[in-house]
Design a protein around this ligand. Structure first.
Ligand SMILES: Cc1cc2nc3c(=O)[nH]c(=O)nc-3n(C[C@H](O)[C@H](O)[C@H](O)COP(=O)(O)OP(=O)(O)OC[C@H]3O[C@@H](n4cnc5c(N)ncnc54)[C@H](O)[C@@H]3O)c2cc1C
Ligand code: HEM
Length: 408
């Protein structure tokens, strides 16, 4: 708990920090990477350039300060869980929190200047460390539970299969080079580390697109094409274009907390584009272990040629006692049974006691979630996975961003 004295100071300075927090996070990354260039490979170079990274950190810190001072309503338990899962898949170590904390508080002082008295600095340092301790505890528990050495989270796995699933979407089958396939849950992801040459290494998360129980892991990757001035996606291009059967890639233990519940009520699975990957794993698992569980699947795709894992979903859906599937294509020739146009959220059925899983672009998931909530589905039963940093849950999307303002 925040001390009473610090709570008063944090409450009083929250508006100023909130207004400058994205700039503070930007300055933090700059100075940290200048002093620790070795960390450049740990962080996503793409999301640093696009500004997503600084917003994710800024949003989380502000949400935590609001939580500690009783002024916010962000569900911190799920925010902490999501960050901790990602950190564990990247092998973040407790000692690194000292480095991050030092640079973060220095950036607060630099950006806010004289407003940061020793009392203000100490109050925000307390916020940082309360957050850090909570994350370190969750991460240490996970490392111990799974017997993971955080210094060696990534192991070489061999690519033993490669399937072109659809336009710009490739599945890779990965086999361990040591030991077996670790236990995992449907909906989890692995962090894949790609050696891009020239000393550049980059890590990204890819959802396991099959249920547990196979002797290999499968990921299904959509190649991200650059638009306008933005370049092509680094790792997705490498995995879909360059990686061949026989190559080695770094793979972490499976992580992620958007996993199938243990209930027996109906499932509503809603996806868009490559957001089909967790849905494919959930569906396969339900068909194998609880085929009596009713499932409604709704998928949105730009056009039929881009629809990855369609056969997988159809095959496993057919094993269920009750399976209703709707696929909406915005354009192209419609295959039998498909619907033209976008998914209409209010048309998605909401059976009593249903649980929903959503995966796709945030605006799509937001529309679907709003509709499900309006029609009575409780928030705790609506799970979603964001394929990037989650700026939605923390409200980071709305934080003022000086870099964006300058670009306007
Ligand atoms: C939990 C989770 C699960 C995921 N599961 C899957 C999955 O199953 N399948 C899948 O395909 N993906 C999945 N992803 C997404 C995946 O992790 C990557 O984010 C995705 O492949 C893009 O990575 P990249 O390296 O190709 O792109 P990056 O290089 O990271 O680029 C990302 C974006 O930033 C833009 N960008 C880069 N540099 C700049 C710049 N200088 N200026 C402006 N813009 C820039 C790029 O144009 C691109 O649009 C998942 C993500 C998460 C978090
Ligand atoms: C209290 C301290 C910290 C907070 C609040 C924090 C917060 C976050 C958040 C919000 C994300 C994005 C999660 C998402 O995907 O939605 C993230 C990702 C990440 N964090 Fe942390 N973090 C902290 C400490 C650290 C430390 C000590 C390190 C290691 C130096 C670290 C390295 C990373 C990396 C590499 C990512 C992945 C994102 C990327 O590649 O850009 N974090 N963290």
């Amino acid at each position: 708990m925040l001390s009473a004295r610090s709570a008063t100071t944090v409450r009083a300075t929250l508006p100023a920090v909130r207004g400058a927090v994205v700039e503070i996070a930007g300055r933090f990354y700059e100075t940290m990477f200048a002093e620790h260039p070795g960390l450049l490979n740990l962080f996503n170079r793409g999301s640093r350039a696009s500004g997503e990274q600084r917003k994710a950190l800024a949003g989380a810190v502000v949400a935590y300060a609001e939580h500690l001072t009783g002024t916010g309503d962000v569900p911190m338990r799920s925010v902490v869980s999501r960050i901790a899962h990602k950190h564990v898949s990247l092998g973040i170590k407790p000692e690194q929190y000292t480095v991050v904390g030092r640079h973060l508080i220095a950036a607060v002082k630099e950006v806010l200047g004289d407003a940061v008295t020793p009392e203000v600095a100490s109050a925000w340092d307390e916020v940082y460390w309360l957050f850090a301790v909570r994350l370190i505890a969750a991460e240490t528990r996970a490392y111990q539970r799974d017997g993971i050495d955080p210094h060696h989270v990534s192991a070489p796995w061999k690519v033993v299969g490669r399937t072109e699933e659809a336009e710009d979407a490739v599945s890779l089958l990965l086999a361990p080079t040591f030991g077996g396939v670790p236990a995992h849950r449907p909906g989890q992801y692995v962090t894949v580390t790609a050696d891009l040459g020239g000393g550049v290494v980059q890590a990204r998360q890819y959802t396991l697109s099959r249920a547990p129980g196979h002797d290999t892991l499968r990921i299904t990757v959509r190649r991200v094409r650059g638009r306008g001035d933005a370049p092509d996606g680094t790792v997705s291009t490498f995995l879909t274009r360059d990686v061949r059967v026989g190559d080695l890639v770094g793979v972490s233990r499976p992580a992620g907390d958007t996993v199938l519940d243990t209930g027996s009520g109906p499932l509503v699975l809603v996806s868009a584009g490559i957001g089909i990957t967790p849905i494919a794993a959930l569906l396969e698992h339900v068909a194998a272990v609880r085929p009596e569980r009713p499932v409604i699947a709704v998928h949105a795709e730009r056009e039929p040629g881009r629809h990855a894992l369609r056969e997988h979903v159809e095959e496993h859906g057919a094993r269920l006692e009750s399976f209703r599937s709707t696929v909406c294509y915005q354009r192209g020739d419609l295959p039998p049974g498909a619907v033209g146009g976008r998914v209409v959220p209010d048309d998605i059925p909401v059976p009593p006691d249903a649980t929903a899983y959503l995966c796709g672009p945030v605006p799509f998931m937001r529309d679907v979630r709003t509709s499900l909530l309006r029609r009575g589905m409780p928030a705790v039963r609506i799970h979603f996975e964001v394929f990037g940093s989650d700026l939605w849950t923390t409200g980071a999307e709305q934080l003022p961003d000086p870099a964006l303002a300058a670009a306007d």
